[in-house]
Design a protein around this ligand. Sequence first.
Ligand SMILES: *[C@@H]1O[C@H](CO)[C@@H](O)[C@H](O)[C@H]1NC(C)=O
Length: 134
Amino acid sequence: MRLSIFLLFSSLIFGGYYCYENKFRFSGTVYCKSEHRWCVRIRVIEVDTLIDDSIASTDFCSDETTKTYDIAGTDENDGILDRNFEIQMIVTHNCSRNTDTVFKTPIKRIPLPKQPTEHATIRQHLNLNMNSSQ
Ligand SMILES: *[C@@H]1O[C@H](CO)[C@@H](O)[C@H](O)[C@H]1NC(C)=O
């Protein structure tokens, strides 16, 4: 306990040492079979901080069955409070209903790197009819 408080303070004081930027990129396809125009919002968050960090987001509408997305974002890590990025997508859409439906993708854990890093693109297919990622 005492040690972790010490580490927390030293990370605040020597913040420059521990805080560094991580670049993320997310891309994939969104599938929605619908007779109507549909809209989707994809928000990527880092879940294991005190307040969920928003890393990237996009929203668009389409008349087509398949659309691609490609979004980029950055997240800082303090390198001390946790060992992994825990990344999750929150998908809000009106594909098969006229009210919004929300679902979350499974959490993806990415080990924290030791220096600023540009992470490999995370690919995720989203099937709005199934309300899931596959
Ligand atoms: C989804 O929302 C958009 C924008 O509000 C609307 O134009 C569209 O008709 C909606 N689609 C369905 C299936 O309700």
